[in-house]
Design a protein around this ligand. Structure first.
Ligand code: TXA
Ligand code: MG
Length: 312
């Protein structure tokens, strides 16, 4: 990964990389992010692979204007007030997905909500504008490690996983954004404390629900995660008559979908939600999934399948 001073030309080059579904290190005011085109399942799969996350946690999609946000999500009056007061800045809003939304399903980890943030950093804003659509970016560290606040940190964490990192000096806030959910029929809920305090939020909204201690929601575990209606079985070599098959690599059946004929786990992750959804929509009562190896993104796919297979 090369470190490039964040000039206009370098930002244009980074936007080209994003268009090719490559990853780019992006400075923001909170921490450096590992950026990808949020509308590309392949690019987003590459983020999960680079971070070595054992789960598909939903990602924050970064926008460069209120119009871009309104295209992606439904902002009620409370959300509009929060955005007007704190954007650009270290506040991410978890909102219902809009019908026109382009943030792909893998970036949302299958949820019907999307986390949006307008970063308070001119380089990030210019990169998003140059791409012309939202940029998905988790903190640019490997899973479970400290978030990077410099371009050098990004290289140390992720080495060859990204084409380039735009260097804009140290991140100012050094702490990730505050995440709040603003969903219909619910009080505004603080999901992650961060750069903007609860007190500051309360100057704009009347009420903020905080989860009781010990019940911090790890979003990967949310019960509201998309689960198929059909019964799902994993590690199946021979489907039963009533089951529809989802193959992987050489575990393939004529006329069935296959997550990746070549056994590429990044390709499998990029196909995962769309294929599961289309099998479910076919009205099958059972879905049988071929064995997925437990390495790389296979672990995240198996984690997701386990949740989908759990009795409800
Ligand atoms: O400051 C930041 O927010 C940085 C910079 C790069 O913008 N980004 C960041 O992303 O911290 P990440 O992926 O490390 O944390 C994003 C978190 C997820 O782990 C999840 O907790 C939450 O955002 N999240 C995203 N979408 C969500 C959703 N639809 N519902 C609930 N939580 C969501
Ligand atoms: Mg993080």
């Amino acid at each position: 990964m090369v470190i490039v001073a964040a000039s206009e030309a370098a930002i244009a080059q980074a936007a080209e990389s994003l268009r090719r579904a490559e990853l780019v290190g992006m400075p923001t005011e909170t921490v450096y992010g590992l950026a990808a085109d949020a509308s590309s399942e392949l690019a987003v799969a590459r983020i999960y692979a680079a971070k070595g996350r054992p789960q598909f946690n939903p990602l924050i999609a970064h926008v460069a204007s209120l119009d871009m946000a309104l295209n992606e999500a439904v902002l009620d009056e409370r959300a509009l007030r929060l955005a007007a007061r704190f954007w650009p800045g270290p506040l991410s809003l978890v909102l219902p997905v809009a019908p026109t939304g382009r943030v792909c399903e893998l970036a949302r980890a299958g949820l019907q909500t999307v986390a949006l943030r307008m970063p308070g950093h001119s380089v990030a804003m210019e990169l998003i504008r140059a791409l012309g659509r939202p940029v998905a970016a988790p903190s640019a560290n490997r899973s479970g490690r400290i978030s990077p606040t410099s371009a050098q940190d990004v290289v140390a964490e992720l080495g060859e996983q990204a084409a380039l990192v735009l260097d804009a000096g140290p991140a100012q806030v050094g702490l990730e954004s505050t995440i709040v959910a603003v969903l219909p029929g619910e009080a505004v809920r603080l999901l992650r404390p961060g750069g903007i305090s609860r007190e500051a939020l309360l100057t704009v909204v009347d009420e903020i629900a905080v989860l009781p201690p010990g019940r911090i929601e790890a979003p990967g575990q949310l019960a509201s995660h998309y689960a198929p209606r059909a019964r799902l079985r994993m590690n199946v070599l021979a489907p039963e008559a009533a089951e529809i098959f989802l193959g992987f690599a050489s575990h393939h059946r004529e006329g069935s979908l296959n997550l990746s004929r070549s056994g590429d786990l990044i390709e499998a992750a990029s196909n995962f939600f769309a294929m599961l959804r289309s099998l479910d929509a076919s009205g099958a009562t059972g879905i049988a999934v071929a064995p997925i190896p437990e390495h790389g993104l296979g672990a995240a796919i198996n984690d997701r399948l386990q949740r989908a297979a759990a009795p409800r």
